[in-house]
Design a protein around this ligand. Structure first.
Ligand code: AMP
Ligand code: MG
Length: 488
């Protein structure tokens, strides 16, 4: 197996080398003091063709903590801008993320960016320190893998490093790095940046780059830019439909946190629903609830609008509008299909909308836990009365259950077949805040076992994990006191 460092390529850097200051900056990493490996992701290492033994080697610790730059690497930070909370924020960029290069993976040599988050400042850091604290790094590390485990498109995380570097937030915390891995780190805001600066040639260069790297089949197509936008519209709709289906609230859906491939990116104050509450706001800094759970689908479209606006030099307005119009039907189609399958329906039929909406309304008024309910409904049968105990309004649930039962009778599958299909889609485990908090508190004492336990569990969230049974129930009382903001 070729060593990781020898495999690093400089695809992005080489593509923009001649105009490097326009799209990115050459940077150096600033290492963490006395780094220690908190966790390495053997599953992802395998997918990337990295020997898990190499990943845990002392040399890798030096690289992943920013202390050593591989010879084959020219580290860069990307520039981008964005709309934050609906307001144009101007230039942002990788303020604490440094891309070491790309790895070619698999038969098709698909390129994956290898990026360190928290390895020191860049020209885009503004007044911040370029660091990431252990607390927020654990959250990003676990949640990216949890989302992947749930089958949702996302950036990944290869390893997590702790250190003795003091980082000053509300209090002194320890500095950490996460190695983020993604097919693309290009954001809606990457295009907006050049639109705002009236640099259409730079927009074209970026779009050409995205197409050449991710959609090589389209390179010769006349309508390749339209295909790129349509793809982004459809993928974003799908990803957000999946967020809604698992009760995931991203929390900071600024356009600089939206991937051109539609992947989930930038894990900050995210949260998973406990009881079903569409008004849930995970980000305590989001006082108006712009990024509340129920607003995510419409914010997705708002953000795509901002992306489309930045492509006006490449596409006609009727093309932009046509692409954006595909968002809502795609979102609804994806969402309905997933929700139908969460309750074991082989196929979504129009009258199922009422069945699903009535269920969600009941869950909302009865404060029913989202994850636990869907897991329990896998065992639905007319004589199983335990599910109804989750509802204060038993009669309301019984009425729904009658209709549900009637609907199930229209299907050909047996109870057992339906149960198996449902258990494979309704997770037993999601990363609730208190779980991340438990792992953080142990890790801050130097005990990384809970991080590693959660990684294992969340990578296969629909499986049984007897050693993690404590995380399958309702969150404890103290979980309500946890407050998550953008401070990371
Ligand atoms: P976020 O809210 O994490 O998406 O960050 C918004 C912008 O602030 C991005 O450009 C980040 O790179 C930058 N940023 C956030 N935290 C830091 C930090 N500690 N040092 C440098 N830049 C940061
Ligand atoms: Mg960001």
């Amino acid at each position: 197996m070729t060593a990781f460092t020898n495999r690093l390529q400089q695809h992005f850097y080489n593509s923009f080398k001649s105009e490097v200051s326009l799209h990115c900056s050459e940077v150096l990493t600033q290492g963490l003091q006395e780094p220690s490996l908190v966790s390495s992701n053997a599953l992802l290492a395998k997918q990337l063709g990295i020997d898990p033994g190499e990943l845990t080697s002392p040399e890798m610790l030096q690289i992943m903590s920013g202390n050593q730059i591989p010879e084959s690497s020219q580290p860069i930070a990307l520039v981008y801008s964005g709309h934050q909370f609906g307001v144009w924020a101007g230039q942002l960029g990788d303020g604490r993320a440094i891309t070491l290069g790309e790895l070619a993976v698999g038969e098709n040599a698909t390129l994956w960016d290898i990026q360190l988050k928290g390895a020191g400042p860049t020209p885009y850091s503004r007044f911040a320190d370029g660091r990431a604290v252990l607390r927020s790094s654990i959250r990003e590390y676990l949640c990216s893998e949890a989302m992947h485990g749930l089958g949702i498109a996302t950036t990944r995380a290869l390893c997590l490093i702790d250190s003795k570097t003091p980082v000053y937030r509300e209090e002194v915390e320890s500095g950490a790095t996460v190695c983020r891995v993604a097919e693309s780190h290009i954001r809606f805001g990457s295009f907006e940046h050049f639109h705002y600066r009236q640099q259409p040639e730079a927009i074209k260069a970026l779009a050409d780059y995205v197409i050449a790297r991710h959609f090589p089949d389209w390179v010769g197509e006349e309508n390749k830019y339209l295909l790129m936008l349509e793809n982004c519209v459809l993928k974003t709709a799908k990803t957000i439909a999946q967020w809604q289906s698992v009760g995931f609230n991203h929390g900071v859906m600024n356009t600089d946190n939206m991937s051109i491939l539609g992947d989930t990116i930038d894990y900050g104050p995210f949260g998973f629903l406990d009881n079903y509450n569409p008004d849930f706001i995970c980000n305590h800094s989001d006082t108006n609830g712009r990024y509340s759970f129920k607003n995510q689908p419409s914010v997705g479209l708002w953000n795509l609008n901002a992306l489309a606006t930045s492509l006006t030099s490449l596409l006609e307005s009727d093309q932009l509008i046509g692409a954006l119009k595909q968002y809502e039907p795609e979102f609804l189609n994806q969402y309905r299909t997933i929700m139908a399958s969460k309750i074991g329906l082989e196929e979504y039929q129009p009258e199922d909308e009422l069945l699903i909406n009535q269920l969600l309304e009941l869950m909302q008024t009865n404060h029913v836990d989202y994850t636990i309910f869907f897991r329990s409904v896998c065992d639905f049968s007319e004589d199983n009365h335990s599910i109804r105990d989750q509802f204060i309004d038993r009669e309301g649930f019984d009425n729904w259950a009658k209709q549900y039962s009637r609907r199930l009778q229209q299907q050909s599958s047996t109870d057992q077949q339906r149960r198996e299909q449902m258990l494979a889609i309704n997770p037993k485990y999601v990363l609730r805040n208190y779980m991340a908090q438990a792992a953080i508190e142990k890790a801050q004492q130097g005990d990384y076992s809970e991080v590693n336990l959660l990684l294992e569990v969340l990578q296969n969230p629909c499986d049984e994990h007897p050693q993690a049974e404590k995380y399958a129930g309702l969150p404890p009382e103290w979980a309500q006191q946890i407050s998550v903001s953008c401070s990371s």
